[in-house]
Design a protein. Structure first.
Length: 112
């Protein structure tokens, strides 16, 4: 049997999820779309859209972003071109850093 663990989220994370869910619900209602219509356009289930609108933190991130994009909600205060430029700049910065981060294990000095 699988072990059930309770995942905790920071207040910032929960508030950000709550804000995104409210923006999604507001945009959907302003566009007079039903939950089912939005789910069909996003290619997800009606239940998943309902969970996204209820700020369930366990929803798939990609699905939540796709629903937001369909409704015209801008994320990161950028348009599509700006996101591409930011992604390229981030790739350039990541190329300067090591590929992996390893912890340094101290060598025991046991020479007495």
């Amino acid at each position: 049997m699988a072990k059930l663990t309770t995942r905790t989220y920071s207040r910032y994370t929960l508030e950000a999820i709550g804000l995104l869910s409210k923006l999604i619900r507001l945009a959907r209602k302003e566009k007079a779309m039903t939950v089912q219509q939005l789910a069909d356009r996003a290619g997800v289930s009606r239940g998943l859209v309902q969970r996204i609108e209820k700020a369930d933190p366990k929803c798939e991130l990609g699905a939540a972003f796709e629903v937001a994009a369909i409704l015209g909600i801008t994320l990161f205060n950028s348009d599509a071109r700006d996101l591409a430029v930011q992604a390229k700049r981030t790739d350039e910065l990541l190329a300067l850093l090591p590929k992996a981060v390893r912890t340094i294990t101290p060598v025991a000095d046991d020479d007495f």
